[in-house]
Design a protein around this ligand. Sequence first.
Ligand code: ARG
Length: 588
Amino acid sequence: MIYNQFYKSHNSNYLMFKEQIISILAKETRLRKEELNNLIEIPPNPELGDYSFPCFILSKREKKAPNIIAEHFAKQIKPTKNIEKITSAGPYLNFFINKKALAENILKINSNFGKSNIGKKHKIVIDFSAPNIGKPMHIGHIRSTILGDSLMRIYDFLNYNPIGINYLGDTGLHIGKLIIAYELWLDKKAIKKSPVEELLRLYVKFCEHEKSEVSEGADADEEFTNNEWTNKAKEKLKLLELGDKKTHEIWQEIHEASGKGFDKVYSLLNVNFTETTGQSKFSVKGKEIVMNALKKAIAKREEDGAVYVQIDKNNPELKKYILRSNQTASYITQDLGAAVERNKKYKFDKMIYVTDFRQEGHFSALFNILKTLGYDFSDKLFHLGFGTVKFGNEIIASRTGKIILLEDVLNKTIEKAKQEITKRKTKGNPEKVGVGAIKYIILKNEPIKDVQFSWEQALSFEGNTGPYLQYSYARASSIIKKAKNKNFNKGKLNISKYNLAKEEIALIKKISDFPEIVIQAGDKMNPSLLANYSHELAQVFNEFYHNCPVINADNKEQEAFRLKLVDAFRTTLKNALHLLGIEVMDEM
Ligand code: ARG
């Protein structure tokens, strides 16, 4: 993050305090603001202060021990209205901020809390979800879908202009396989009744004949060189690319049938795209680029006609094929075409591809080739690779046993949420609880880490889970509903004489952190920061709730203040969960 850009575009409260500390320190230490921003820490114990600056870094320049430097500054720097005390503790210089001033800011929070203009409408293209037609969406695609959707929401909140592209795997060897299976074994009744299952049955049957693994990814299909069935599939693919009418009609039917299945999932997850497109649209453009690469001698041709690029100059064996020997486009051919077309269409400032980490090699080759070809935008491309979703012992029976069906996972989770809600005799909405639970268990893990999926854990109302957060929100809502004072939100509250309890201060500070966490999550393409922040926020709220009576407060003034605080908590949690794509309920 660029320090200046960040603070200039930011009008939020808590940051104001940190910014003031940075300004003071910049003057006193002559360090750059950006550097100070990274050096300042939050002490482990609030009694030590709200922010602290470790003085080690100055020791060499000043030729003094860090303790001495800290002591000197503690005397030298005068308190201000917002920073009421400055002390030293060993090598640390500690700052105490004025909690009342902070509390006053919290009372002004509205539904826009956390938004900022850091994005200035810069365009970020996010390529996510991207399931393969003819194959059912699997759990890897759900991770991409949920992660990409959360990034869309975060960038939108920060006033970027996010563009979500669903790049369907609508061609490739698996389509050749499916078309053959369709011609040979289609059950017409079955495809009407349950299209996704019938297509899967056809695909699995083909793989049995070919003696290949049933694969999930786009370029994961094994390409046997001397296999009668693989060869047939390759021929079909060629017919399709040449525009053969009958082949194209079957392709269309497969496209429609699986599209229905995808749409069901997207509507359940409440995920939208700016644009839905497919690999097949970029074969021609991709081949054009390949020809250009040949002309410029960046790519070379094998005797059999296949075209490749040498990725590593020192390792001539390392070849990345960008065109098949029968001159059909492959996964990377189309990605070359798609990237160039997208740059032309959107002139993006950044493009993020969200896929399984195993595609790392594919994307680094892609970016590399684009750079070698002289496309400047190649520096704006990022691959956000994510880890595996592991199911432990709770394998879901699907007919192949190998592919875990996304729709099954979703439906089963919603069913289990329903049982839990009935057992607890609460009023939650099973769909919101179930979908929220799945999104949360996925997003709370850093993208690159594996997810250990377990229903028991995902749906628990305690711990770091989606339902726990939704429940905390509902609890706060019920306090507000029960309050006799319905006008707490009107008029100005004077808190100058109010004594803040330690749980109140902790909650105020936590709420105040939110805007910075949103920015970090966007910066690092990491929604788990927001998920874990939400959990901490709810924990601090529950501490407050158990120690600071709201409805039975000591007096009217205290009640009004606490109600406002509860309301600010609600707004913050709602916004944080919104960025994860999780909906809240007033009752649960
Ligand atoms: N369809 C691919 C898969 O399922 C993912 C596509 C990702 N996007 C891209 N531009 N390659 O593995």
